[in-house]
Design a protein around this ligand. Structure first.
Ligand code: CA
Length: 278
């Protein structure tokens, strides 16, 4: 099974600093996008802290095999997924405590979406409105539901998805990491199939690049670094009003055909196994 991945972040066309952070670690299968908030560079600090704490917690958990206690909300998932969820909760504690100790950093927080890949499955944990998309068989599907006021209004049928896009509340999060002593982390698991692509991104991408355009870029199956570059370029081409971050993970299609082909063509098959033609 061949998995290829890449990540890219860009400040965009308007903002001077970049409060997004990301992490790509194919060795452990850990991939993260975090979008920080808070004045005086606090957002940068919060998103970077989230990445660092999760890296540390996941690698310590995998090395020791010990999974920290998690709440009832995570009992339906595997140990590996719980480890990821517990790491995100730990990041919440660390960011919240840091914000309490430093007046300038008070109110800092971050959104977060993280993947922990394990061969043909992956766990996803998220808080806030950074998203995970799955591209499978030519279709793009959003796997995470935003923790935002408008997403919850849409889910309750109070407004339509179109109204959500223009609502004054569209930037208001209902959950974020580091802004309260406790946070509810959404954790889930899905199969990762041959040919699948996973896209983690901050809102700087999906607010300006339509899903259809994202799907088209993923369908090209360029090398992941090239797809990341093209997605960032698309967001910048649409004005780049916010920081843009993308992480792409792809499971390459299994090349079964060349091996099977030998069985249908005995002559070729014999040569493949190194027997001299008689
Ligand atoms: Ca953002």
């Amino acid at each position: 099974m061949k998995i290829s991945s890449a990540g890219l972040t860009d400040p965009g066309q308007v903002r001077r600093n970049n409060e997004d952070s990301y992490w790509v670690e194919p060795e452990t299968g850990l991939y993260i996008v975090a979008d920080g908030m808070g004045g005086h560079a606090a957002g940068e600090v919060a998103s970077r802290m989230a990445v660092e704490v999760i890296r540390e917690q996941v690698s310590a958990g995998l090395a020791s095999g010990r999974i920290p206690a998690v709440g009832d909300k995570m009992l339906h998932v595997s140990q590996r997924a719980r480890l990821l969820g517990a790491a995100v909760q730990m990041a919440n504690d660390v960011i919240f405590s840091a914000a309490q100790e430093n007046l300038e950093k008070k109110g800092m927080g971050t959104t977060l979406v993280a993947i922990l890949l394990d061969k043909s499955r992956f766990a996803v944990a998220h808080v806030g409105d950074s998203r995970l998309y799955l591209h499978r068989s030519g279709r793009l599907e959003q796997l995470t539901r935003d923790h935002s006021v408008v997403a919850e209004q849409v889910a309750r049928g109070l407004i339509t998805a179109a109204q959500a896009e223009t609502s004054d509340l569209r930037n208001v999060l209902s959950r974020a990491l580091g802004v309260a002593p406790e946070v509810r982390v959404d954790v889930d698991e899905h199969p990762f199939r041959s040919g699948d692509s996973l896209l983690l991104c901050s809102d700087g991408l999906y607010r300006v690049v339509p899903d259809d355009d994202m799907g088209r870029e993923l369908a090209r199956r360029d090398p992941p670094a090239e797809t990341c570059r093209r997605l960032v370029e698309a967001a910048n081409g649409a004005g780049g009003p916010d920081n843009i971050t993308v992480v792409l993970i792809r499971r390459e299609k299994t090349a079964l055909w060349p091996r099977i082909a030998g069985y249908f063509n005995p002559g070729k098959g014999l040569q493949r196994y190194g027997q001299a033609p008689s």
